[in-house]
Ligand binder design. Structure first.
Ligand SMILES: Nc1ncnc2c1ncn2[C@@H]1O[C@H](COP(=O)(O)OP(=O)(O)OP(=O)(O)O)[C@@H](O)[C@H]1O
Ligand SMILES: [Mg+2]
Length: 295
C-alpha cells in the first residue's frame, strides 16, 4: 500500500538542508510565495526564475518552481527536467503532490500548473479541497515557491500577482519593456493587495544603466501610483545565458562563474537577507486567495 507520509518524509530528506535554511524558516515560519512577472513578454522571466531558484538552493533554501504560464510554459525546457503531470492530475486516479512534482538540479523541485491552474474556479468544493490539501504539503517541503507567469497583464496573470506575498517585476532597460512593466504596476495598484513589490532590471549593458532604470521606475511608481517598490538589482546582458538556453542547462550550472550568474546570486542574497519579507500565510493562504480572485 502506497504510503504518502513516508514518501513525503523521503522527499524532505532528499533536499539538502544547510543551517541557514532552518534559520530562515524560523524567522518566517510559512513558505514565501513569490510571483515573477513582467508585463512585456520575452524579457527573461523564465530564465531568471530558474536560475534564481538554483541560486537560492545554493544558499540552503528549499525551492519549488510553479510554472503558471498558461499553454506556453517552458520552465521544464530551461531547467532540463520535466513532468508529464500538472495540478489537475491531483484529481485523477489517486495522484498525489509527490507524484506530480519533478526533481530538478540542486534539490529544487518543479510543478507544472498546466492549463488546469486557470480552471480552479470551475471545480466543485470537494475537488478544490483535494487540490488545496495536496498543495498545502508544499508548506512542509519548501522555504520558497517561485511562480513563473506568462507575459501580459490579463486577469489570469494578475491573479497570481495579487495573491502572492511578494512579486518580482522584471524588465529590461528598453522603453517598450519599461512601459509594459509600468502598465502592470498600474493594474496592480487598482487591486487592494499588499504584496511586497520588488524590481529586477535584466539585460543591462552596464551597471549604471541598471541603477538608472530602477531609480526612474521606482520614483515614477511611487509618485503616480503610490506604490513602493524595492530594487533587487540587475542582471547583465550575457551571451552565456543564450548559450545555456541552447544547451538546455541552466546558466548557474552551465556557466556558474559568468557575469550574469553572479548577478543572479547577488539578487538571491538580497532576496534572503536584504529586503522586506512579508509575513506570509504560506501556499495555503496563497491558493485560497487565488481561488477567491478567480471566482
Ligand atoms: N541577461 C540576459 N542576457 C542575454 N540574453 C538574455 C538575458 N535574459 C534573457 N535573455 C534572452 O531572452 C530570451 C527569453 O528569455 P525568457 O524565456 O526567460 O523570457 P520570458 O520573459 O520568460 O519570455 P515569455 O514572456 O515568452 O515567457 C532568452 O532565451 C535569451 O535569449
Ligand atoms: Mg517565460
Amino acid at each position: 500500500m502506497w504510503d504518502q507520509a513516508e514518501k513525503l518524509r523521503k522527499m524532505v530528506q532528499s533536499v539538502p538542508l544547510k543551517p541557514s535554511s532552518s534559520v530562515i524558516k524560523a524567522n518566517h515560519t510559512n513558505t514565501r510565495v513569490i510571483t515573477v512577472t513582467s508585463g512585456k513578454g520575452g524579457v527573461g522571466k523564465t530564465n531568471f526564475t530558474v536560475n534564481l531558484a538554483l541560486a537560492l538552493a545554493k544558499l540552503g533554501q528549499r525551492v519549488v518552481i510553479l510554472d503558471a504560464d498558461l499553454g506556453m510554459g517552458n520552465v521544464d525546457v530551461i531547467l532540463g527536467c520535466s513532468t508529464p503531470y500538472n495540478l489537475l492530475h491531483l484529481l485523477e486516479g489517486g495522484f498525489s503532490l509527490i507524484d506530480i512534482i519533478a526533481d530538478g538540479p540542486l534539490g529544487i523541485k518543479f510543478l507544472s500548473g498546466g492549463s488546469g491552474i486557470y480552471n480552479l474556479a470551475n471545480l466543485n468544493d470537494s475537488q478544490l479541497n483535494r487540490i488545496v490539501n495536496q498543495i498545502t504539503l508544499l508548506d512542509d517541503i519548501a522555504d520558497i515557491i517561485l511562480i513563473d507567469t506568462g507575459a501580459g497583464i490579463n486577469k489570469s496573470v494578475m491573479n497570481f500577482v495579487v495573491a502572492a506575498d511578494e512579486v518580482i517585476i522584471i524588465t529590461t532597460p528598453e522603453p517598450t519593456a519599461i512601459t509594459d512593466a509600468y502598465a502592470m504596476m498600474k493594474t496592480y495598484a487598482n487591486h487592494s493587495s499588499d504584496a511586497v513589490l520588488k524590481l529586477v532590471i535584466n539585460r543591462v549593458l552596464e551597471p549604471n544603466e541598471g541603477n538608472i532604470t530602477a531609480d526612474k521606475l521606482i520614483k515614477v511608481s511611487l509618485k503616480f501610483l503610490g506604490l513602493s517598490i524595492n530594487s533587487l538589482g540587475f542582471v547583465c546582458e550575457d551571451l552565456n545565458l543564450v548559450r545555456a538556453v541552447k544547451k538546455q542547462t541552466p546558466l548557474l550550472l552551465a556557466f556558474p562563474n559568468s557575469s550574469s550568474a553572479r548577478c543572479i546570486e547577488e539578487i538571491a542574497n538580497r532576496l534572503l537577507y536584504g529586503t522586506t519579507i512579508k509575513k506570509t500565510d504560506g501556499i495555503k493562504g496563497f491558493f485560497n486567495k487565488l481561488v477567491g480572485l478567480m471566482r
